[in-house]
Design a protein around this ligand. Structure first.
Ligand code: HEM
Ligand code: HEM
Length: 143
């Protein structure tokens, strides 16, 4: 088995950090659903970092996969799920911002939908990790 270049390890570790941040966001925000006193400044800042990490991580994963010989680390379903996750994160975040702007006047459907989109994205991020270390991705950790 040929040696994998060191940079191939960056994407999985990067996305693991993203997953932990996502879980932290969920754990700190979910108890505040419908809480008008929720301190949103920190939530919003961390949320923005999360969005950047997810998208940059996906682009980097793509770049690494493209730089390796075809099929070296092919992970069935991983690319499709990546597109779903990025979509959910983008829609969920737009709903967070739009819903937040209207929040003071009326509780909107967008604000209600916001946590759902992002919790689903975080759950799928976990699934990505399992797909990533499963199948041929296992070679990364030399099982
Ligand atoms: C697992 C992830 C997340 C969960 C569970 C979550 C949940 C929540 C909850 C419960 C609220 C308050 C809703 C209410 O007033 O009832 C909220 C507000 C908000 N969230 Fe998130 N969120 C998550 C991630 C994100 C991300 C990634 C962003 C994007 C930057 C974001 C941006 C916002 C914004 C802008 C608000 C409204 C702030 C305002 O009221 O002005 N959230 N979120
Ligand atoms: C959470 C843990 C994850 C693990 C362990 C993982 C693992 C991997 C591995 C081993 C590769 C092959 C290239 C490389 O080694 O860098 C890869 C590629 C890729 N990953 Fe991930 N990944 C994870 C999460 C994610 C997430 C959350 C996304 C997107 C939101 C993503 C998007 C991609 C994409 C687009 C590719 C290129 C696929 C291709 O073109 O065939 N990954 N991933």
């Amino acid at each position: 088995m040929e040696q994998l270049p060191g940079y191939a390890y960056i994407h999985p570790i990067w996305q693991l950090v993203t997953l932990i941040l996502g879980l932290f966001l969920a754990a700190t925000a979910l108890p505040n659903v419908d809480n008008p006193n929720f301190r949103v400044r920190g939530h919003e800042r961390l949320g923005r970092i999360f969005v950047i990490l997810v998208i940059a991580g996906a682009v980097f994963g793509k770049l690494v996969a493209a730089s390796l010989p075809v099929g070296t680390l092919a992970i069935p379903g991983h690319r499709f799920l990546a597109a779903v996750i990025v979509g959910l994160v983008v829609i969920g975040s737009v709903f967070g911002y739009q819903g937040g702007r209207m929040r003071l006047r009326v509780r909107t459907g967008m604000m209600r939908a916001h946590p759902w989109f992002l919790v689903l994205a975080v759950a799928l991020l976990l699934a990505q990790g399992l797909l990533g270390i499963g199948s041929r991705g296992l070679r990364l950790i030399k099982f």
